[in-house]
Unconditional design. Structure first.
Length: 400
């Protein structure tokens, strides 16, 4: 699983740095310097395999080829590595050059998502041509009596990036409902604002007499809500009484937009994989996304804000954070081996409340550490690592 993200750094504006650069970001914090990080995570173990830092003002897709050679050299050097390697990425990495690089390597394959915006004909395929995906998630939904939320799939093929690929369109009913609700709320907000605009035009208020300025105001509103501007149509006319304004919702365009909701397009060169295998691999992208989410935990990893001024210290900071992420995942694996299915965040928070004291007995020269009686979950975590707390409050090894 490969993905990238940016971390923010509080650095003096006059400081020279090749890594910390100002650039566009999803959070709109363009005034802060940012550092890019690429991370390769093993699909089965979720352990970080390789990472690289790069300047924060470079696009993610431009880093893919630059780091893939090194990343796959690491992956191929691991013990028991299969002859066939597949990298799972998202649509931010899609480019002609990146897939040309992958196609040149016989051992390397890919699974990626593809924007429905650039393949609206595929995304508009009717649900009557879909079938239930044979995935573990769907089986779990059936057990939970939520069969209506099962993911549906439609498989086809097409030419992408110069070669024939396997294409799978997925439909998630739960996601579609959420997206529909969000759009309806946004459309209601736009309608309320348009009603307010129309009232100001009727009252002939200043700054509301120029149709172009009003249209610009509507466009800015759509940008704030991250909506296209063609979902409503504005009309203006001039008479002896002055300017008048009307508007209507384009029901056809709204319906077309809703038809794409809940759908995702997956493309892979693993044409011999089953549809379920392709979908499972794409769904597993959450593993690398989960590592990035963990890296921003202020109590455990605290990757950002980065408060260093030189690239050497920035790289050192990133290294220690990746090591922390690795150890946290190893804790989870150790607990899972003992039959304890808990996240590292949960266990660390639980163990943080296991207190101890230093006891200095009368006449003794060295203090003794004594621990309080652990809770059931704390005792289970200690046992997974081969320890327990005896009746006197001393930490003991189970081996003894």
């Amino acid at each position: 699983m490969f993905d990238t993200t940016n971390y923010y750094t509080f650095m003096a504006s006059h400081t020279n740095s090749e890594l910390a650069r100002r650039g566009k970001n999803k959070e709109g914090r363009h005034h802060l310097r940012q550092i890019g990080l690429g991370l390769l995570v093993a699909r089965n173990s979720r352990l970080p395999l390789y990472y690289c830092a790069y300047p924060g003002n470079l696009h993610d897709s431009r880093q893919f080829e630059a780091v893939m050679d090194r990343m796959f050299a690491v992956a191929c050097g691991l013990n028991r590595t299969k002859e066939r390697l597949t990298v799972v990425i998202d649509k931010g990495m899609n480019s002609e050059g990146n897939f040309a690089w992958i196609d040149e390597h016989a051992r390397i394959h890919f699974v990626t998502s593809y924007s429905t915006y650039f393949a609206q004909e595929l995304a508009a395929i009717g649900l009557d041509q879909f079938e239930v995906a044979e995935t573990a998630k769907n089986q779990k939904l059936v057990q939970q009596d939520k069969a209506h939320d099962r993911i549906l799939v439609h498989r086809t093929k097409g030419e992408y990036w110069g070669k024939q690929r396997a294409v799978v369109i997925t439909y998630n009913p739960a996601t579609a409902r959420k997206q529909t609700y969000t759009l309806e709320c946004k459309l209601d907000t736009i309608r309320e604002q348009l009603l307010s605009m129309r009232a100001k035009v009727r009252e002939n208020k200043p700054h509301w007499r120029n149709p172009d300025a009003i249209k610009e105001c509507y466009i800015r509103l759509c940008e704030q809500l991250h909506l296209p501007t063609d979902l409503y149509h504005l009309q203006f006319s001039t008479s002896a009484d002055g300017l008048s304004m009307s508007f209507r919702k384009d029901a056809v365009r709204v319906e077309r937009k809703m038809a794409l909701f809940g759908k995702n397009i997956i493309i892979t060169d693993n044409t011999d994989w089953t549809t379920a295998q392709i979908v499972e691999a794409s769904l597993d992208r959450w593993q690398v996304e989960d590592r990035f989410r963990l890296s921003k935990d202020n109590d455990l990893v605290a990757m950002q804000p980065i408060r260093h001024w030189t690239d050497s210290k920035i790289r050192c900071h990133l290294f220690t954070c990746i090591v922390a992420m690795t150890y946290l995942r190893m804790i989870e694996l150790k607990l899972n081996a003992a039959g304890i299915n808990r996240s590292a965040e949960d266990v660390m928070d639980d163990m943080r409340h296991l207190y101890s004291v230093l006891l200095l007995r009368a006449g003794a020269r060295n203090p003794e550490r004594r621990m309080e009686i652990p809770t059931k979950t704390q005792a289970e975590a200690l046992s997974a690592f081969g320890h327990y707390v005896d009746t006197s409050g001393a930490l003991q090894s189970l081996a003894t």
